[in-house]
Design a protein around this ligand. Sequence first.
Ligand code: DGJ
Length: 721
Amino acid sequence: MSIIYNEKERIFKLDTSGASYIMGIEEKLGHLVHIYYGKKLRGMGSPVPLPVINPVNKLWFMDGNPMEYPAKGCGDFRQHCIEIETKEGYTALEPVYVSHSIYEGKPKLKGLPATFAKDDECSTLEIVLYDKPSKVEVVLLYSVFDKLDVITRSVRVNNKGTDAVYLKKVLSACLDMANQDYEMITLSGAWGRERDIVRRKITRGRNGVYSERGVSGHQENPFMAIVTPETTQSVGEVYAMNFVYSGNHEAVCELTNSNMVRMVMGINPYKFSWKLEKDGEFTAPEVVMVHSSEGLGGMTRTFHDLYRKHLIRGKYCNIKRPVLINNWEATYFNFDTEKLLDIARQASKVGIEMLVVDDGWFGNRYDDNRALGDWFVNEDKIKGGLQYLVSEVNKLGMKFGMWFEPEMVCPDSELFRAHPDWAFSIPGRNAAFQRNQMVLDITRKEVRDYIVESMSKVLKSGNVEYIKWDMNRALTDVASTELPCDRQGEIYHRYVLGVYELQDRITTEFPHILLENCSSGGGRYDPGMLYYSPQIWCSDNAEAIDRLTIQEGTALVYPLSTMGAHVTDCPNHCVGRITPFETRGIVALAGTFGYELDVTKISEEERNMIPHQIAMYHKYNDIVREGDYYRLASYSENGVYDSYMVVSKDKSEALVTYVSVRTVAGYPDPVIKLAGLVEDKIYHVDVLDRDVPGDVLMNYGLPVLHEHGDYKARLYYLKSN
Ligand code: DGJ
């Protein structure tokens, strides 16, 4: 069992594969204090004596000690995790230890996505805390993975009293540590340049990232790591948190007056309030905590392993996905059955395996101003109907997939005309539009039922094997006609629960369908969505050079198998850059791989390269999807070239990608030190046609063939003999 309770010392010790996490119960009042998190410690005790409260100086204790789950109002003035309001308006809370239980396995979180594990892979500790005056019970959940350096956390709050209580804030995890000159890493971005790796010193006060947009957002991913200053890809101590949630989030790292660092993560308290009636219960979503003593690379590989084995579900998680061609950048809204079939015919000739019809196949959707919500086929465009189109595509030996944006409605739609109250809006206030669309109030059951029923009808009318689930605007004018005034603060969270329910219903009813999430590119790329879909469209910016940075940031946490990546046309529609077709293919091979261009219009020369690219996909995708990822060089740091590699789990094969972004006069050809190989294995390097020992490749390096000219890329395949 990886969790023990030492009764004599009143401490809990949680052991992951590489770390120990220790907390203890203060003897006078029963506060749960944090003691240690870091490299694994032997023994069953605490490295230091537990602090004890001196009742005449309680504030010193409350505001100075590392706490496990700090509340507000009783002396801890730092960033806190939980806040309530009673019917009298009282807000102080001081939950203290009551009991605990330890068991094998991991519980599900009702209505929420969460990591899962078998009983022999994970153990769970539940600690019950109680605040007597408010009669609020707080249960802290810790699940410890035996073979990974992972602890997951969640919190349940129960109202044990008779009067309703309002939960005003409930974060999912807290980590208090003495500062070691820590730096903070976040994934911050924008539309078209999602998940830039941002590293900064933690300065005095509150440092952090958040979303108040109703979705996890392009701007700040629900991820934060604190690292020791020497941290690189291979050295340094890393403490990371990632929130399994797709709505408003907050991650704060506070450097306090006593040089302590407190890191917290959870649902953003902005416009959050949850009414707990007598016996009411609220479950806060899961935070995944990953520790690494081997730098960022160690953290990355742990996240990848955890998510591939213990988060993503469905039959596609561990298998090769069909190579798709999406018509969005090829046609935008201007298509009909004949155009789609032209694309499909040409695509099938070069080996593409699935046609995806993007936005524009439904209702009155001739541009992006109308028809969202009208999920029935536009037979002026799709002449002959969906069944005809799908069967023609199937006859070519290809699968068929289609786009939906289920959470939205346009004012110019049959749905809105029938149910104007189904969209979020505040009486007397002009609702804010984006792309002329409004957000459906999916906190309402009848709205969710309409979405599922209308989608199901379409999905059943043809052999649809893939869905792209898009979401193209943030939430505003958040108000629901169905909820009373004192529950309006529940809407943001209920909205996210609604998204989860919708995706759960669709994937349960159509388990054979491959679901790809999307949100104006990668605006909702988080572990919550990965629970329902094995892949997410990474960014609307599919330009190969920009994608190096976007995919580097994404892959810091999320497996390569989840990154929707396509070869698109040039000049690139997003940034206008022109890059070789070959380079675009090599960069897209780091993700799910597909095409998003008019294959009937590109040059013969480019079209002829597609069969070779698809052959590479089939040859290398097992390694890319399942292997260990190592970041070797970063173009965003060196300004010249980019390189990463993936090593198969048995270390017999590896694939190295090298992209020369800029030719610099007088710059020596790079020799790139590889990683993750077996020192005394001999690897055949295909491009060099040489057998090279693993220790040479990792210590001397791989001399890459630097070609003259910008944006050239090359793959090196290594196989041990
Ligand atoms: C935004 C997505 O990111 C694009 O790929 C495309 O599906 C458009 N929406 C369609 O409206």
